[in-house]
Design a protein around this ligand. Sequence first.
Ligand code: BTN
Length: 243
Amino acid sequence: MKIVKVGAIDSTNSYLRELMKQSYVKDATVVVAEKQHKGKGQGDNQWSSEEGKNLTFSVLIRFDELKVVHQFMLNYSISIAIYNVLRYYIPEKLSVKWPNDILSAGKKICGVLSECVLKSSNVNYAIVGIGLNVNQENFSDDLSNATSLKRILNRTIDRDELLEKLLLEIQYQIIGVRKHEFKKIKSQYESILYRNGVPSMFKNADDQEFLGRIIGTSLMGNLIVELEDESLKEFGLKEIKFI
Ligand code: BTN
């Protein structure tokens, strides 16, 4: 595993992608930045993170035979890896909000942005970007739902040690994806899924509110929700929001 540490760059995901244009980048290469000027979040969101306080890094993961239809298993396994490491720090109140926000007591502590590059019907490689709030204590008003390890634990966390644990666990979980252990990954993921089985209010893509209960996820990565009339409906990204 090669770790490239950089100071200030635009985004570790973009940096890794650029690196790949220039030369062959080995599987499990990691880029860690102290500061991102243009940290990318899910959708059109930005990821902001105070310089030198948190972990913002990207990992290159190459695949030989992961079908595009199973690419979500990568997201699931990354969430499981982060959850497994964080639970040693925060044993309680940790969950994964679909698709892969890591929450502590309902507040977001970590976000993941996976960018997959395809080769016909397979995933050729993925750049998995992880933003984990470690020692940041203050968040701007628009990030009122964010938290960090320091805010929860009241102590400063060694970022290098945490990164090492995360990278080891990610590599371990990826073995499962490479071995196509999809059912196991899916059931582990569902066991840590935020509000799984709990009646909750959601919004659909048309901003209409509705009551439903998450009952699981599909192998394709959709969220399966039981509606009030007991029918089941699958939602993809951008088709459903928690309220
Ligand atoms: C989210 O919106 O929840 C996803 C956030 C992902 C942020 C990380 S920080 C490291 C990597 N580089 C980026 O530009 N984004 C990801």
